[in-house]
Design a protein around this ligand. Structure first.
Ligand code: ADP
Ligand code: MG
Length: 231
């Protein structure tokens, strides 16, 4: 069994029927690319548990992570981290408390968690940002804080839904490289949704192409032919 396995992820909406299965090796990045509306975000939401499968398909839908079936667990118990296009930081909390939040929830003393958080921020080029509030951050800085907040919990799987789409092109490139470096340093397993094939190639080992709710190609990132996008 692979480190991550998604079996029969299914959801039906009026216009689209999503039905995919795929696997990922440990400590690899996989990008899911495809046109808008092809079901990429739905796939991530089914993996994380944010979307519940309908009763009809629930018994066939299984998600395995690190040898364990997580699909029956509550989203917060799956050890899956998420980073979205728009940051979901708490505006009323300082950066250090945003990053420390999960640790404190898990029972760590606030002072210790803050200390760890401030130290952790250095790896995200955010040294000294601990006392700032989210509304004083640029888009790129806020996304780096989001990454820190997610990764400090050492999730077994990190899901990224278009994490860079709201940023301008040069910054996107820089942050894509940062995500790849962090992935190599921390060794987490990641799945990233993006509509930018260059970003997918810069960040990932594997690429999955979705169209109309199905996987139409998957393979090594270097083997992805851009003509596939036109199919
Ligand atoms: P992508 O992320 O690839 O753009 P999505 O997974 O967001 O695609 O959506 C796939 C399709 O499912 C779209 O047609 C979208 O309108 C539809 N869809 C997604 N979520 C819902 C929902 N909660 N209710 C109804 N339709 C939905
Ligand atoms: Mg989407």
């Amino acid at each position: 069994m692979k480190y991550f396995e998604a079996q029969n992820l299914r959801q039906t909406f009026d216009t689209t029927q999503i039905n995919v299965s795929f696997q990922c090796e440990k400590s690899t990045m996989t990008s899911i690319v495809g046109p808008s509306g092809s079901g990429k975000s739905t796939v991530l939401r089914l993996i994380s548990g944010l979307n519940e499968p309908s009763e009809k398909v629930a018994s066939e839908m299984k998600v395995f992570l690190d040898g364990e079936e997580v699909s029956k667990k509550a989203p917060s118990k799956r050890q899956i981290g998420m980073v979205f296009q728009k940051h979901t930081l708490f505006d009323h909390l300082k950066v250090e408390d945003n990053v420390a939040y999960g640790l404190v929830s898990a029972g760590m003393k606030k002072k210790d968690a803050r200390c760890l958080a401030n130290d952790f921020l250095k790896q995200f080029e955010l040294e000294g940002f601990g006392n700032r509030y989210p509304d004083t951050l640029s888009g790129g800085e806020a996304q780096r804080v989001s990454l820190a907040r997610t990764l400090i919990m050492k999730p077994k799987l990190v899901l990224f839904d278009e994490p860079l789409s709201a940023l301008d092109a040069p910054l996107r490139k820089k942050l894509a490289a940062l995500i790849r470096n962090l992935q190599k340093t921390f060794g987490f397993t990641g799945i990233m949704v993006t509509h930018d094939i260059n970003e997918a190639k810069a960040v990932s080992d594997r690429i999955i192409l979705m169209k109309k709710g199905e996987i139409i190609w998957q393979g090594n990132a270097e083997d992805f032919d851009e003509k596939l996008m036109l199919q």
